[in-house]
Ligand binder design. Structure first.
Ligand code: 9MR
Length: 575
């Protein structure tokens, strides 16, 4: 199988910010420098010569880089020409990322469970009845029983977001996704460059809650937060205060399948310490951000967070089973020290209470390196706590705060060093082990660290690194592939989803604009990718086909990363 990768000059197919870095990658047999031209509507406006980079490990290609950062004039219809090839067209404009902020956040509305999706908000093709409210053939999330042997009660666990292309709802992934939406908002209060914070205010997203005088992004985060709270084990039960790990169908269903047509029994799976700490962390953060808008909800969230944290301390090693994967993903994790650190950090930031500070100080993550080369993720959350301790005002002693901020800067320096070794400029190592399931989110999360280092220091190199990570996502890569639906000439549109299954049924839509695919995954963890792509170099291990759930699914934790970075980048154009 040889994919059609189009022109050998690889650019960000959407474009570049006028005052940002502008780099491209040329795939060529040539080993010596080659001339390049930047053209606008056919006329040459700039030129120079490429820098040979040799063989790129992640792609196996012989490549050169082209740097046209010196050209800063806004315009459309630009192309880069080199070695007889013409790139996809792109723009140079300050407003490049404005709509991506809203598009990436809109994904969450169409993923909502337990509410009808309104044509007036989402468009006719995305409108659908509420799913999983116990309306036949649905068995519903309004009165969900536990799996046999798990508990003797039922919960009303309606609402929340569908995790990904399935109809499951998982607390450990809901936690990071909610936190990243909350942090996207919180950044507008703490970061000096968040000039367009108002873009996240009320009336900025297409949501049923618009017009309620609450920033829409907080409304969207609350939709999931309310569900997280419903997953808590009720008082009086043996594991009271803990959170059920997940809720999903008894058996896997096929594609396509509308949520309201899912006939499978729904089941609550056992509580876990990891889920409990996700609830504690996200609810504690939500409490401080919601306090000015709805004190009662903020109080309820904080109380649940405290109860959850105490329950996790009482049951510190209850792990979800790695084999509990029928009808839904396992999301198992047998190291919850990072979740403990994250939850303690959020509770400390919200309450200032000494007890959480003591726990923070006792955690090895408080002083250890929490920024892995492959980025943070749903199962590795210590960085979420560290980034918030570095940016949200708090009462830690000045020396401790400096140490925390220095650690973000040091991590960002390491990501920049890595990006320097990558001919495609992304802040992730080129070996197969780095290209994991959902790697696009890991690349973006490393860019979040770079962006935070820029917010903290104002040093341009970090801003450049964050911007270039998005270049990779939007087409500057071995496949000449934009991974975000509706963004770029050659964009992913057949992501694995039971709802947006256009590839299987032309009456169904593609994912809405702003939906990101998991991305290249050298593990080839699904049969379709395995038979098609066996032996692929890491950056080639992706296919825009609905059958490849391990390279091409949509997921809330990947879109939340995209939303954070898009919001940062939209602010960068505002200057
Ligand atoms: O994103 C998850 C990835 O990190 C895991 O390696 C993978 C296998 O356990 O599961 C991924 O999450 C999927 C979940 O299990 C079920 N819903 C879809 C998720 C995205 O593919």
């Amino acid at each position: 199988y040889v994919p059609d990768t189009g022109p050998r000059v690889r650019v960000n197919q959407v474009g570049y910010l006028p005052d940002g870095p502008k780099r491209a990658t040329l795939v060529t047999d040539a080993t010596a420098a080659l001339p390049w031209q930047l053209t606008k509507n056919g006329a040459v406006v700039a030129g120079g010569s490429s820098t040979p980079r040799g063989i790129d490990a992640a792609s196996g290609q012989n490549v050169h880089t082209i740097d046209f950062s010196g050209y800063a004039t806004q315009g459309t219809g630009l192309t880069l020409v080199a070695d007889g090839e013409t790139s996809h067209p792109f723009d140079i404009t300050r407003t490049l990322y404005d709509r991506l902020r809203a598009d990436s956040l809109h994904f969450f509305y169409v993923q909502r469970s337990g509410i009808a999706i309104d044509a007036a908000l989402a468009g006719e093709e995305y409108a659908r009845p509420a799913g999983h409210l116990g309306v036949a053939p649905n068995q519903g999330d309004t009165d969900v029983p536990c799996q046999p042997g798990v508990c003797g009660y039922r919960l009303d666990a309606r609402g929340g977001w569908y995790d990904a292309g399935d109809h499951g709802k998982y607390v450990v992934n809901g936690g990071i996704a909610t936190a990243q939406l909350l942090s996207t908002y919180e950044r507008t209060k703490t970061a000096p460059t968040a000039a367009w914070g108002a873009q996240l205010g009320d009336g900025t997203l297409r949501l049923p809650e618009r017009g309620n005088k609450v920033p829409d992004i907080l409304d969207e985060a609350r939709w999931e937060l309310e569900w997280l709270l419903r997953m808590q084990v009720p008082a009086g039960q043996p594991l009271a205060g803990m959170a059920h790990h997940k809720l999903h169908d008894q058996n896997w269903t096929g594609l396509p399948l509308a949520p309201e047509a899912d006939p499978q029994p729904r089941e609550l799976h056992p509580p876990s310490t990891a889920a409990t700490l996700n609830l504690a962390a996200a609810a504690a953060q939500g409490a401080r951000l919601w306090a000015p808008y709805d004190a009662a909800f903020a109080g309820r969230a904080l109380a649940a967070a405290k109860t959850a944290y105490a329950a996790a301390k009482a049951h510190p090693a209850v792990y979800a089973s790695p084999t509990d994967g029928n009808g839904g993903g396992a999301y198992s994790d047998d190291d919850v020290t990072d979740e403990f650190y994250w939850a303690a950090a959020e509770l400390y930031l919200t309450t200032g209470a000494a007890t959480y500070r003591t726990d923070l100080a006792a955690s090895r993550h408080h002083t250890g390196d929490v920024f892995a080369a492959t980025g943070f993720s749903w199962g590795s959350t210590a960085a979420l706590g560290r980034l918030d301790l570095a940016t949200v005002p708090n009462g830690l002693p000045a020396a401790e705060q400096s140490r925390i901020r220095d650690s973000v800067r040091a991590a960002a320096d390491a990501y920049l060093a890595t990006a320097g070794t990558q001919a495609y400029g992304l802040p992730m190592p080129g070996h197969p082990g780095a290209y994991l399931w959902g790697a696009n989110s890991n690349v973006i999360n490393n860019a979040v660290v770079l962006a935070t280092a820029f917010d903290l220091t104002g040093q341009a190199k970090y801003r450049i690194g964050a911007i270039e990570a998005m270049d990779y996502i939007l087409g500057r890569n071995a496949l000449n592939q934009s991974y975000v639906t509706g963004w770029g000439e050659n964009a992913a549109e057949n992501q694995h989803s039971r709802i947006f299954a256009h590839q299987l049924d032309p009456d169904l839509p593609h994912p809405p604009a702003g939906s990101i695919a998991g991305g290249a995954n050298a593990g080839l963890d699904d049969p379709f990718a395995k038979q098609l792509l066996d032996g692929c170099k890491p950056m080639f291990c992706y296919v825009d086909d609905i059958n490849s759930y391990a390279t091409n699914e949509v997921a809330i934790n990947w879109n939340s990363a995209l939303a954070w970075l898009s919001s940062f980048l939209a602010d960068q154009g505002a200057g």
